[in-house]
Every structure is written in structure tokens, then in C-alpha cells.
Ligand binder design. Structure first.
Ligand code: ATP
Ligand code: MG
Length: 259
């Protein structure tokens, strides 16, 4: 399999007449985590939705693994799994984790019959729910009865079910408690050893050990580069103002039990 690759070329995107991001160019290549950081309203979700084809830009192209997918979620979906921002994820109908993951797999199989065709549907759904660490007793509960962390795991399972080389995740650690957050960060880190993972986030710290590139964004790109180059107090203050803190000594809440 060739290297996963996402190219954002000369992108201008917005809603109605409002431009959110203008003349943006970005390139993400190979496995590892890319973090998109920026305050509320910076345009992180807009960028991610444009990459996965569900927003059609005013101008520019999105090229994923050599294929142009601009405004075409069906084409993009072959290469990319998407984990939406949890707070914005609402469906009125009752659905279980198993059904969410299975229906996604069946949809992909219908579109691309050769994709993971070697695996039985039940086997694959079970495999992926285990991989994300969702306890078996939760598999057939209503999605809406699950905790924030469990819901997040289900959405990750759904995005992974067709084993795409690229994952796009919108704030995957939000609405998860500290212990769950560390576990989900470790899961995302493990996935990034084989996949390109593009993550929108407010707090870069938990995924930092796995992060190879950071994009600091607030309606325009401030800086792109390695975490050590981008994540300075000076850079983060430019977009977060005084809420960016340099904390020398801090309380770390660990889920490990000290005897
Ligand atoms: N569906 C929409 N229709 C109109 N305007 C929108 C829509 N979605 C987002 N916007 C606007 O676009 C801008 C960027 O929003 P976006 O959701 O991309 O920001 P974000 O960086 O993801 O913020 P957050 O951290 O709150 O998730 C905001 O001003 C927002 O009000
Ligand atoms: Mg957002």
C-alpha cells in the first residue's frame, strides 16, 4: 500500500457568503498524528469536513491518496474514516453500537465489494469493537445510554471498520473523563503507527508523544511544523491569548493505582 497522503490545495471555504478559511495550502504525508489546533470558531471542523468531502469549497482541491475527492464524501470515504465532534453527533432514532458499526461496514461493502471482503461481517464488527476497547455488555445497549468515552470508542470503531489508511477525528478526547482520555489517546497513538491520523483538538498534550506535525489555525494558518517548533508560548498566545499557560508544575491525574 502506498503512503497515506492528504493535499489541501488553494482552499477557500465557508458558509453562504462568509469565508471561514482562505487560500489554504497543506500537505500531510505518511503515518503519524497531525494536530489541528485553534480556539472555538477557528475553522477546525470546517477544514476536516472539507477534507472528507462533506463541505464543497468555494475554491481549491482536496487530493487524498492521489485521488481528487473535493466535495465528494463517497470518494473520500474509501480512503478516510471520520470521527465527528461528539457534541454535534445527534440522531433521533435508537441505535446500538453494534448496529452503527455493522451498518457502516455493509454500506462500504456495497460501494466497494472488494474492500475487506475476505472477512465475515460479524467477525469484523466484533474485531473492531474489541480493538477500541468497548466492553461487550455495551455492544447492544442504546448508543444514547453510553458514557462520553464509550460513545467516542463507538465512533472510532465505525470509522475504522473498513480499515482506511487515513483517519480524520474531530476532538476525539472531548467529553471523556481523564482516565478514559488517556486510554483513548493511547488507542489513537497506536492507530497512528500505521495510519495518517488528522486530529482537531484544543489541548495538544495527550497526543503529543505521537504527534509529528501541528497546524496552528485561527481562520488562517499561523504556523505549521513539528510540535517543538510550533508549540511555543509565543505562538499559542497569538491565537489563544492569555488562556495559553506555561505550567511548570502541575497536578497530573493518573488512572494508575499506587499501592
Ligand atoms: N453549518 C454552518 N453554517 C454557517 N456557519 C457555520 C456552520 N458551521 C460553522 N460555521 C461558522 O464557521 C466558523 C468556523 O466554525 P468551525 O465549526 O469550523 O470552528 P471550530 O474551530 O471547529 O470550532 P470549535 O472549537 O468550537 O469546534 C464559525 O464562525 C462558525 O460559526
Ligand atoms: Mg469544531
Amino acid at each position: 500500500m502506498s503512503k497515506p497522503e492528504v493535499i489541501v490545495n488553494d482552499l477557500t471555504v465557508g458558509y453562504g457568503k462568509e469565508i471561514v478559511l482562505e487560500d489554504m495550502n497543506l500537505e500531510f504525508k505518511g503515518h503519524g498524528i497531525v494536530q489541528i489546533l485553534g480556539p472555538n470558531g477557528a475553522g477546525k471542523t470546517t477544514l476536516l469536513k472539507t477534507i472528507i468531502g462533506i463541505i464543497k469549497p468555494f475554491k481549491g482541491k482536496i487530493i487524498v491518496n492521489g485521488e481528487e475527492v473535493t466535495g465528494n464524501p463517497s470518494k473520500a470515504g474509501k480512503h478516510v474514516g471520520y470521527v465527528p465532534q461528539l457534541l454535534t453527533t445527534t440522531t433521533a432514532y435508537p441505535v446500538t453500537p453494534w448496529e452503527l458499526v455493522e451498518s457502516s461496514l455493509l454500506m462500504y461493502r456495497k460501494k466497494w465489494p472488494r474492500l475487506i471482503a475476505d472477512k465475515n461481517t460479524q467477525t469484523r464488527v466484533r474485531e473492531v469493537l474489541r480493538l477500541v476497547g468497548l466492553p461487550e455488555e455495551a455492544w447492544n445497549k442504546s448508543f444514547w445510554e453510553l458514557s462520553g468515552g464509550q460513545r467516542q470508542r463507538v465512533l472510532i470503531a465505525r470509522a475504522l471498520v473498513h480499515d482506511p489508511p487515513i483517519l480524520v477525528m474531530d476532538e476525539p478526547l472531548a467529553s471523556v473523563d481523564p482516565a478514559g482520555r488517556a486510554e483513548i489517546a493511547a488507542l489513537i497513538g497506536a492507530l497512528s503507527s500505521k495510519k495518517l491520523v488528522i486530529v482537531a483538538s484544543h489541548d495538544p498534550m495527550l497526543l503529543l508523544p505521537y504527534t509529528k506535525q501541528v497546524v496552528l489555525l485561527n481562520r488562517r494558518i499561523y504556523i505549521v511544523g513539528k510540535p517543538s517548533k510550533v508549540l511555543t508560548l509565543e505562538n499559542t498566545r497569538k491565537i489563544y491569548g492569555e488562556s495559553a499557560l506555561f505550567v511548570k508544575e502541575h497536578i497530573h491525574i493518573s488512572d494508575a493505582h499506587i499501592p
